[in-house]
Design a protein around this ligand. Structure first.
Ligand SMILES: Cc1cc2nc3c(=O)[nH]c(=O)nc-3n(C[C@H](O)[C@H](O)[C@H](O)COP(=O)(O)O)c2cc1C
Length: 735
């Protein structure tokens, strides 16, 4: 069973009980804080002898004096037959009030220690502490895998909100949670009688009756040299038994003092088990250190957050990961297929490959790339990997490269098939990195690296032929793409543009369907989306989706795109032919790399033509009036200033701070956006030195031109576009 499976299933099942222990632990952590609040000022150099003297003055029949971990002093005595306990001020021995634990913490303590189930519950609670320790250990392994090792542990986390919450919280609290589990187990070992804490039987110690009167506590030498801050408990000898002695307890052990001579009669060192137990109690409860109790309280409460985010991650994965049918157990499979996919389409190719291999009598197991390994039965490994962002791995496989670089090579061939899009500069860069790492590790390959452009079924079939030849088997790969669940969108408005010498273009606005629970959970059709995300649309007669950048977010209540007629373009022709109330099928593909970070720093938006669409979406939702500056390039203000009137309005409202427009086909139009940037070099450097982030959207040529100009503008600051990209301050959406 993989670490992931262990983590998931333990978390989903017994994790629910861990939530009960976490929350009850968080409530119990209030107690040490409250006690510290009520505790007296620091005890300083106050000796036990002075304390006894003060206490016996105000409570003459005191039986026991306890120094609580919070610092408070409690005296136990009898009022007639009635036992009583009171807080005492160590400064003067004055009685401050009665001491008693309130009913609620006692009930919560019972819940925390035994789930209100008595002895059986104590075993159960210990079992859950063990489960928590396993969850923490597996979480650490998964966290390191996901982030790509210790060095990358603090790097930005990518993924859905639930994934980010789970990972970021884990990064912060994991070690403390592990510590609380281990300390809980230590304490349980003693409670359940698995470890004996006592140093042995107590010695038979009697005071030697010499005829002299008993010494008052203040005159006992061992108490004169003992500071109260080191004292835990002091038992006063009874008045009716002349042989009774004083008994003192400290962290180091316990001692008996003769009541007549004041000599220490016996000393018993605390056992190692006792010391370990004491340390575990302090670390687990936070008593004696209220700040640590606050940390423990927050960590306890975080268990609920873990469980909820973990549940969502499982729920989303269950709904989004295509179910691979006919999967043989990994240990029995002779062919292993590992997949790295963000949008899910590569899983479809993996299923086609798996089905074809099974027809050739192979036993095949398909799994996510982060589970990569070989078994004794493995004869071939095939890795199908998509590339995202600026040539990066899909989020779930972000730690795969680091993992593979540590995997010990054997003679099983590992073949990589990349999936990407030549529109991106780093075409199939992740697959290339995978292939290079594998070869560096000396893994053999059945076939050289091949890269599939735009999910081409034909190219995949051709690779299948090469695979068939290499395996010497009649393998045929006929792939019919499987799309994510789609939603029907109805056109509710359109603005048409006819650019000079250009192609017809339109801004299309679709109604966003009412959101049911499943949509809210992000498991079905159109989940929440933001400007800059992509909408996938499959035109009639095609099985391959086309993607358009969104000019609106779900909060706008509609879905808007800007579509330009592509020569011979099936999808653009279909979309531009739509009339109001016509419907299309669509799905959302998140584009987290392009999303705007939450920042008050300047945001520089640079777009040309229809590339202004996602930038317009950012400005529309700039409710916090962050400083946004737009550079827009078109051909003719009368014909292709897309979103023009809205942009002017947003400028007036303060959603947009400054606007620079340039039009290349009109006299004094200002040229291209690159020209505007060059002219504004000084201002740009000022914004960049303030920490500005860039978002660039438009054609590949325009994005390259912008990057070249910015490189020369930023050179005096020792900065470049590449450096800004590395710091996640610069992102492009190009087409
Ligand atoms: C936001 C986004 C970024 C992408 N970045 C790259 C890239 O840098 N290089 C590349 O070759 N392909 C890139 N692609 C294309 C995908 O890798 C390609 O569509 C792949 O088939 C998707 O597979 P999947 O659906 O399994 O994730 C990108 C696609 C999207 C939507």
């Amino acid at each position: 069973m993989s670490w992931k499976a262990i983590h998931r299933w333990l978390g989903l099942t017994l994790g629910t009980l861990a939530v009960v222990l976490g929350i009850s632990g968080a409530i119990l952590a209030i107690d040490p804080v409250q006690q510290a609040w009520n505790a007296p000022a620091a005890l300083g150099d106050l000796t036990a002898a002075t304390l006894v003297e003060r206490v016996t003055r105000t409570v003459p029949d005191a039986q026991e004096i306890r120094h609580l971990p919070s610092g408070a002093i409690v005296v136990f005595s009898f009022a007639g037959e009635q036992p009583q306990a009171s807080y005492v001020d160590p400064a003067d021995g004055g009685v401050l009030g009665p001491w008693q634990a309130s009913a609620l913490p006692r009930w919560v303590k019972n819940l925390h220690r035994s789930l209100l189930l008595g002895d059986a519950g104590r075993w159960l609670a210990a079992g859950i502490a063990l489960v928590m320790a396993v969850l923490c250990a597996s979480a650490l392994v998964l966290l390191l895998r996901r982030m790509g090792g210790w060095q990358r542990l603090t790097k930005k986390v990518r993924g859905t909100l639930a994934q980010r919450t789970h990972v970021v919280t884990g990064r912060v609290v994991l070690l403390v949670l592990l510590l609380t589990s281990v300390t809980a187990l230590t304490m349980s070992a003693s409670t359940l009688g698995l470890v004996v804490l006592d140093a042995g039987t107590e010695p038979e110690v009697l005071s030697v009756v010499s005829g002299q009167p008993a010494l008052p506590g203040a005159q006992l030498a061992p108490l004169q040299s003992l500071l109260v801050k080191d004292l835990r408990k002091l038992n006063v000898p009874g008045v009716t038994d002349p042989e009774d002695s004083w008994k003192l307890t400290t962290a180091k052990g316990q001692g008996w003092i003769d009541r007549y001579s004041g000599q220490m009669l016996a000393w018993q060192e605390a056992s190692l088990a006792q010391r370990v137990y004491d340390l575990a109690v302090v670390l687990h409860t936070g008593e004696s250190a209220w700040l640590w109790a606050v940390v423990l309280g927050l960590v306890g409460a975080s268990v609920l957050l873990f469980w909820l985010s973990g549940f969502f991650i499982w729920w989303q994965a269950r709904n989004q990961t295509p179910k691979i049918t006919g999967n043989a157990p990994m240990a029995q499979a002779d062919v292993l297929i590992f997949v790295a996919s963000e949008g899910g389409s590569t899983w479809g190719f993996a299923q086609t490959l798996q089905d074809a291999l099974r027809k050739c009598d192979h036993r095949v197991h398909t799994s996510a790339l982060e589970n990569i390994q070989t078994t004794a039965a493995t004869r071939q490994v095939l890795v199908l990997a998509a590339t995202y962002g600026e040539g990066q791995a899909p989020a779930h496989a972000s730690g795969a490269l680091a993992l593979i670089s540590k995997l010990k090579a054997n003679n099983v061939p590992v073949t990589v098939l990349g999936f990407g899009d030549r529109q991106y500069p780093a075409f199939c860069a992740f697959a290339e990195s995978l292939d290079q790492t594998l070869r560096k590790q000396r893994w053999p390959a059945l076939l050289p690296l091949e890269c599939i452009h735009q999910q081409s079924a034909q190219q995949f079939a051709r690779w299948g032929l090469a695979l068939a030849q290499a395996l010497n088997e009649p393998l045929v790969l006929e792939h019919v793409p499987r799309l994510p669940p789609t939603t029907v969108l109805t056109l509710i408005g359109r603005q048409n543009f006819a650019p000079a010498g250009g192609h017809p273009t339109a801004i299309l606005r679709f109604a966003w369907p009412a959101r049911g629970l499943r949509t809210c959970l992000g498991t079905h059709g159109l989940a929440r989306f933001s400007a800059g995300d992509l909408v996938g649309i499959v035109p009639p007669g095609s099985s391959v989706p086309r993607f358009y950048s969104l000019a609106s977010g779900w909060q706008d209540g509609f879905l808007e795109i800007c579509v330009r007629q592509m020569p011979g373009g099936q999808c653009s022709t279909h979309l531009l032919g739509l009339q109001t109330h016509d419907a299309i099928q669509a799905f959302i593909r998140p584009n987290p790399g392009f999303a705007l970070p939450q920042t008050r720093k300047p945001v520089l938006l640079i777009g040309a033509g229809t590339g202004v669409a996602p930038l317009a979406g950012f400005i529309r939702r700039n409710d916090l009036m962050r400083p946004m500056h737009l550079y827009f390039g078109g051909r003719d203000p009368a014909k292709d200033f897309y979103f023009g009137p809205e942009i002017e309005r947003w400028l007036g409202e303060g959603r947009l701070s400054t606007l620079q427009t340039v039009f290349s086909r009109v006299p004094q139009g200002g040229g291209y956006v690159q020209d505007a940037l060059r002219r504004d070099a000084e201002r740009l450097r000022h914004w960049v030195s303030q920490g500005a982030v860039f978002r660039v959207c438009g054609s590949r040529a325009m994005a390259q031109g912008v990057a070249d100009v910015l490189d020369s503008v930023l050179a005096p600051l020792q900065l470049s576009v590449a450096k800004l990209k590395a710091k996640e301050r610069y992102a492009e959406d190009v087409f």
